[in-house]
Ligand binder design. Sequence first.
Ligand SMILES: *[C@@H]1O[C@H](CO)[C@@H](O)[C@H](O)[C@H]1NC(C)=O
Ligand SMILES: *[C@@H]1O[C@H](CO)[C@@H](O)[C@H](O)[C@H]1NC(C)=O
Length: 383
Amino acid sequence: HSEREKPGDTPPPPVTTMSDGRSLVYLVTGGCGFLGRHLLGVTLEKEKRVCEIRLFDKVVDPRLTEQSTDGVQVTVLQGDITDYLSVREAVRGADVVFHSASLVDVWHKVSPAVIHAVNVTGTENVIQACVELGVQYLVYTSSMEVVGPNVKGDPFIRGNEETPYNIAHAMPYPRSKAEAERIVVRANGTEVSGGKTLHTCSLRPTGIYGEEHQLMKDFYDKSVQAGGRLILGVPKNTEHGRVYAGNVAWMHLLAARGLMEEPQTVGGQAYFCYDDSPYKSYEDFNLQFLSAFGFSQVHIPLVALWFLAVLNDVLRWVLRPVWQWAPLLNRYTLAVACTSFTVSSDKARRHFRYTPLFSWEECRARTQAWVDTFPGLGAKKDS
Ligand SMILES: *[C@@H]1O[C@H](CO)[C@@H](O)[C@H](O)[C@H]1NC(C)=O
Ligand SMILES: *[C@@H]1O[C@H](CO)[C@@H](O)[C@H](O)[C@H]1NC(C)=O
């Protein structure tokens, strides 16, 4: 464990001298999840001022502590983001908090009350702990879904943070993220214990992909279950922004540096998060990684997909008392899949010099290497 003094005992050294030695403690809530692991990897590789990375999660993977190096201690803390005391223990002594723990659910798997508890109460807990323990820097992992797409299907093409859009949330998940983001942004400038100031910002990634991405695996599993058939139906000209997890992680690190070095610019801001991954529909994007499996493609008309989505919604509602059924296709996911929604990350470049750490070629190669470990159709049939 680090020997660092508790905040309030002595003022932290000015940021400009921190490059001399490792002294910062970073906390990642949701640290054992998909994005948390990428954040760990990129921090170990790129952030030379950090002496401890704490991963706080509900379901922990203690093996991640094996990634500790001579200079950096990786610690894993089990706790519940909705339980203030466990959040406070995790936050104690941290310099920067990356609040990435989030319940992503657009399939009606989880009740709205639970989503709210995790995503809104959880965020309030993190802020309260920062205030009580004198933590000054908080980076929140938000989502492009705080803006859209809306269920009307209004397109948003290469928009930025100022682009007008008819924001209309129909699902508990985007609503909870939007509320949490408002809370985080509003907390910028709050006085924390010790008389210092809390600086916050919010990052809004588009659809994140990369190694260990569960949705990509789900798309693959669904195709295997369908006998090696990919069911496709989204209009070909739909464009979605997809961003590699390693670049999302990188933007988190740069945003934290921005908060430390230029809080007047970065504090209280929200940033879209995107990289050089090509604009494609979700289907086409996922397809390019699955071509080696030789799945056949079944194209169904959009109106049939829409009918299936409505049917799924009705069935889910009818079955609800006896079975928590959460099909991937519902009216919301179909509307999202059929609505072009792409963003530009220019504001992040201007405010804290964000450019992607990994080129599209690297992102593709890393993701493909992981997809190549899937068993394949033959293996599945034999088992
Ligand atoms: C936000 O809500 C989701 C779904 O309920 C949950 O899985 C996730 O853990 C929540 N986020 C946090 C920070 O707890
Ligand atoms: C965030 O707080 C900092 C420091 O108090 C301040 O300079 C900045 O203007 C605030 N940002 C916003 C958007 O109000």
